[in-house]
Design a protein around this ligand. Sequence first.
Ligand code: ADP
Ligand code: MG
Length: 647
Amino acid sequence: MSIPALIELKNIIKDFSLGNESVRILKNINLTIYEGEFLALMGPSGSGKSTLMNILGCLDNPTSGTYLLKGEDVTAFSREQRAIVRRNSFGFIFQRYNLINGMNAVENVEVPAIYAGLNKRERILRAKDFLSSLGLNERLDYKPSQLSGGQQQRVSIARALMNGARIVVADEPTGALDSSSGEEVMNILHKLHREGNTVIMVTHDSNIAANAERIIRIKDGEIQEDSSVMPERKSEKILSGQVQDKSSFLTETIEASKMAFRSLRINKFRSILTMLGIIIGVGSVVAMLAIGTGAKQEVLSRIEAMGSNLIIVKPGAPNVRAGGDIATLTLADAEAIKQLPNVVGAVPEIIGPATVRFGNTDYLTTIDATSPKFSEARNWQTVSGVYFDGTQNNSYAPVAVIGKTVANILFPNTADPIGQYILIGSVPFQVVGVMSAKGADSQGNDMDDVVFVPINTGSMRLFGRTYLKTVTVQVSDANQMDATQDAINDLLLKRHHNVEDFQIRNMASILQTATETQNTLTYLLGAIATISLIVGGIGVMNIMLVSVTERTREIGIRMAVGAKSKDVMVQFIIESLVVSLIGGIIGIATGVGGGILTSVTMNWLAIFSVDSIAIAFFFSFSIGLVFGYLPARRASSLDPVIALAAE
Ligand code: ADP
Ligand code: MG
C-alpha cells in the first residue's frame, strides 16, 4: 500500500546566529510523515525539537533544505502564504498554552476563525461546541487566569481545532501539567488521532511517547532513531469539517477594527491619556484659527468701514520713516487736489496733542483740525449736535466736535455737552457736536479719543501752522482709483518741484497690508497649535510602540494561529487611528468650546470655519495613520517564533 506523503523534509538545516557566530541547531534532517500518523518526537532538552516543530508548523523557515507539504514546497512561500498554511492546515498546541490573557475561553478559541473570515455567529457556535466537547462548557467565559493549567491546555486544543486543521502540532503539551491533566490531554490527542488527524507531538517523557505509533529520537539536531511504522489508515469520523477560508479585505478590516476597539477598552486609562495629546493639539488648532480669523475679520471690517473709495496722501518721502512733523504737504495742496477730475473731496487734517478742559477736568487728547467734509468722507456721523460747516471754517469759528471718549471724560454726568465751552490749550471752543463711538482702530488706538475743529481755526489758533498730517481724497468712481492716484501724484510732483516728498496710498493697498499682517498672525497661531498637534502625535506613536512591546507575545500567538502580517498591521493602525480620531472629535469640540469661551470672556471675535474643523479632523486622521504606521510595521514584521518566545 503506498500512501502519498503528507510531509517530506529533505536535508533540513537550521542555523541560528548568536552574535556573529552561527550555530547549527538542525543538521540535515530527513523525515517523511504520512497522513493519520501519531508521531512522538523525543530527545533531551536543547536537542532541537521545538526548532523542528516550528519548521514543521510553518512558523519558521529552515536555513536550507526542502519542506514539501502535500507535495508543495513551503520554504518557497512568502510570509503571508505561510500564515495562510498555518491558518488552514495546522493546529498548534504549546507547552505554555499561549492563550491571550485579556480574552475569555470562547474569544481565544475564536481567534483563528476570525482570520479565516468566519462570521461571528458561526464562530461563537463552533467555539462553544469545541469547548463543550472538551468538557469546558461551564468555563466558556473564563479568562485564562481563572482556568487551571489542564483547562487552559484544553482551550488551546479547541483553538487548534477551530479552523478544522488536520495536522495537530503539539510541543510538549503535557509538560506543564500534573499527571492527571496530562492524561486528559493525551486522551484528547488520541481521540483526534482516531478521528483521522495527523498528530505530531514533542515530549521528553517516554510514558507519554508510548501513546504514539511512531517514535523519533533526536539528539544534537540529528535523528538518531525512527521506529518508522507505516501507518494503517483508520479513520472513524471526522470531528469537524475544515473551515472554508472566506477572509477578504473587508472582513479582515472589520475584525481588525473590532479587535482594536477591544484592546483600547482593555487599556482604557492609557487610551484616554494618549488621546489627551491629540485633544489638546486639535483643540488648540481649532481655537487658535478661529481667534486668528476673528481678529483679521475685525480689523478688516474696521478698515472697510472707512470706505473703499479713499486715497490717503501723507507728507514725507515714500518708505522713509521720519519722526516728528514733516512740513511738505499744505492746505493749498489739498485745495489743488480737490480740483482734479473724479475727486469728490480732499479732506485735509492737521493732527496734534492738546489738553482740553471743562470745569475742573483736564484731559490730554488728540486734536484733529480738518475740513467740514471729514464726517461725510469718513462716513462718521455725530450722535448729538452737528458737525461744523463751511461757513464756520471760513470764519475761523472756535467750534469743536468731540469724540465719545472725550465727551465721557469731560461731561461725565451726562449733562448735554452741546453748547458748552471747553478750553483747548488756552483757547475757548464751543462744543457743537458729539461723534458716534467708533472703538479701536487696527492698531488698537481709541478712535473716539479725539476733538475735531475746523481746519482754519485749528491751523491758525491751535497749531500755528498750515502743513498737514494727511489729506484723505474721496473719489467718485472707485474703478478710476489708479488713474486718480496717478493724477494726484503728477499734480503734487509739479507743485513740489519734482521732489517726491509725499506718499499716496489707497484703501485697497492699506487693506491688503492689513490682511497680510493678520494672515501672518493667524499662521503663527496655527503653527504653534500645529506643534502641539505633532507632539500629541508623537505621544500616540510612543504609546503604540509600548503597546507593541507589551503585546509581542499576543502578536506571536495571533501569527501562530494564522494572522498574516497585514492583519496585525491593520489592527495596530486602526488602534492608532481610533485613538486619534476620537481624540480629534473631542478636540474639535474642546476647541470650539474654548474658542467661544475666549471670545466671550476676552470680547474677541472667534470665527469657526468648516475648513479649519475639516483640516483638524484630517490632521488627526493623518496623525493616526502616520504615527501609527511605525509601531504597526514593527508589530507586523515580528518573527512569529521570536514573538512567541517573548515574556
Ligand atoms: P528543544 O525544544 O529540543 O529543547 P530547541 O529547539 O528549543 O530545543 O532549541 C535547540 C537549540 O537551539 C538550543 O540550544 C537553543 O538555545 C537554540 N535556539 C533555539 N532558538 C534559538 C534562536 N532563536 N536563536 C538562537 N538560538 C536558538
Ligand atoms: Mg522545546
